[in-house]
Structure formats: C-alpha cells, structure tokens
Design a protein around this ligand. Structure first.
Ligand code: SF4
Length: 287
C-alpha cells in the first residue's frame, strides 16, 4: 500500500493560537490560586482537550453556581450575553476567539438598520451560536436568521423589504455554501456577502482535491464533532471515493488494507501526533 499525505492538513492558525492560550489559562489560574475553566470545548478534538483536562482544566457552559476563575473562550467564540455574564460574575476571560471569527462577529455588530443578517451555517455549531447573539452599539441583540439549507431560504420572506447581509460560518461546507448563495442571489439579487469561508479551510479542500487525483481511498482524521473535518469527509464522498472519518489508530477500518493508494488528510483541530500515529500503524500493518 502506498500512503499519501495531503499537502495541507492539521492545525490552522486559530487552533494553534487557542491551544497556546489554554496553557496560559492553566498557568495564570495556578499563579492566582483560582480554578481554570474552558467555556465549552475550546476546539473540537477530544485528545487535545483531554490533555488540558488532565492538567485540571474544567469544562463549563456558563458561570451560574460556579466559583469564579480563569476561563478560556473557545476558538469559535461565545455570544456577547454569555461573555457579559462571565465578566459580571467576576471571571477573568482569556480570549481564544480566532481573529477570523471575531471579524465575523464584528460584521454582524455593524449591520445597518435597513439590512437583515443571514448567517449561513450549521444552526448548532458553536461559531453560529456565537454569531447569532451579538450586541449592537446600543447593547441590543442584532436580529439574525440562520440558513442551513436552501429550504431555510423560504423563511426569509418575512424580511423581504430588507437587504440581506450574509455572514457565513467560516468552516461551512463549500459546495453547500455555493448552492445556498446561488439561490439567495436568484431570489434576492441585492443580497451582499460580507465575509468568506476561512482560507485555511479552502487550502485544505484544494489540497485534498489534488490528492484525490492519485488515491483510491481516504482516511480523514479528526474529532467526530469537528465541522471542518466532517466537511473534508463529505468532499471525498461527493467524488465517490471510499472514505472513513476516524479519530485515532484504533478506528482504522480493516477494509483500508485492500486499497493500493490511500490518502490521509486531517481537520484543522487534529494534532500532528494523531496523524503520525495513524500513518505509522498503516505502514506497519501494510508491510
Ligand atoms: S478554521 Fe479558520 S476560522 Fe476556524 S479557527 Fe481555524 S483559522 Fe480560525
């Protein structure tokens, strides 16, 4: 079996940044004699998160009933009301929000009165949750509609007198995004697109497409709840190439050994160690 590594895979800038801030959070908490918290999962990769949990980091969703401490804001950001709740409750926040996501939140914040924000993304994804609850200059929540599929566009009828300002989840599936934008422009030609998919995601997609020219099966490595990792797997599926989305070497499927050219790629929150461990196992078992 010949193994191909995608030319671009693994950690993006935002993930590297929040991982180093996770350490800052733990160190600062220890120095001040306070608990260290992570607000939600700071990245969507269980192995990395576990490394910090074993150093004492505690996951919390909100400040209610919890002793104040030093809390890390995840790479996908948190909503403005939740941020305020933490600050009002006396927590020290270490802001790990990726700059690209923070910029998207700012675009929502700056929405004009004659516009309506349409967030294209997965309703339950933490980045979309953060974008859906942003304060304007007067401290009011900016109203938004979330569009996950073209079917959701029907629900925008109620706002047809406004111009739609689209803010896309930075890691949303690119094919699905194009389909939704085509439909939006068709029905509402004045629609404006305020941001783009994250270039880190695009670079990984382009490298994967290049690799698909020479492989006959693919392993996509990363957290099962990671949207960008899942999007990589869906991209392979769309090209009718067999694909498995796995988190670690124990999940390598036996069927993979029946292919001669196997490609490996990984999501933006997948550590190099996980990729190396899987490639090592493939090499050892395919001799
Ligand atoms: S994928 Fe892009 S937007 Fe998301 S954390 Fe990484 S750099 Fe930031």
């Amino acid at each position: 079996m010949q193994i191909y590594r995608s030319e671009v895979m693994g950690y993006c800038r935002g993930v590297s940044g929040v991982i180093s801030l996770a350490q800052t959070c733990i160190d600062m908490a220890a120095e001040k004699g306070l608990p260290a918290y992570s607000i939600g999962w700071f990245i969507h990769n269980p192995t990395v998160v576990q490394r910090f949990v074993s150093q004492g980091m505690i996951h919390i969703d909100g400040p209610a009933g919890i002793p104040p401490g030093v809390a890390l804001v995840r790479a996908h950001g948190i909503s403005d009301p939740l941020r305020k709740e933490f600050i009002d409750a006396g927590f020290i926040l270490i802001d790990g929000t990726c700059g690209t996501v923070a910029h998207s939140q700012q675009l929502v914040r700056m929405c004009r009165k004659d516009q309506h924000v349409v967030i294209v993304g997965l309703r339950t994804h933490s980045e979309v949750v953060a974008l859906s609850s942003v304060f304007d200059d007067e401290g009011n929540i900016v109203p938004v509609s979330v569009v996950e599929t073209t079917g959701d566009i029907d629900k925008l009828k109620a706002f047809s007198t406004s111009q739609f300002k689209v803010v896309v989840q930075t890691t949303f599936d690119s094919a699905q995004f194009s389909t939704i934008m085509e439909e939006l422009y068709f029905r509402y030609p004045d629609t404006i697109l305020a941001n783009r998919l994250c270039p880190s995601t695009k670079r990984r997609h382009d490298a994967l497409l290049e690799m698909l020219k020479v492989v006959d099966a693919v392993l996509v490595i990363g957290g099962k709840i990671s949207a960008n990792t899942t999007a990589l797997a869906r991209l392979v599926e769309s090209r009718k190439v067999p694909v498995w989305h796995i988190e670690n070497e124990r999940e390598i499927p036996e069927e993979i050994y029946s292919f001669n050219h196997v490609g490996v790629t990984a999501g933006t929150s997948t550590p190099e160690e996980d990729i190396d461990a899987i490639i090592r196992t493939l090499e050892e078992k395919s001799i």
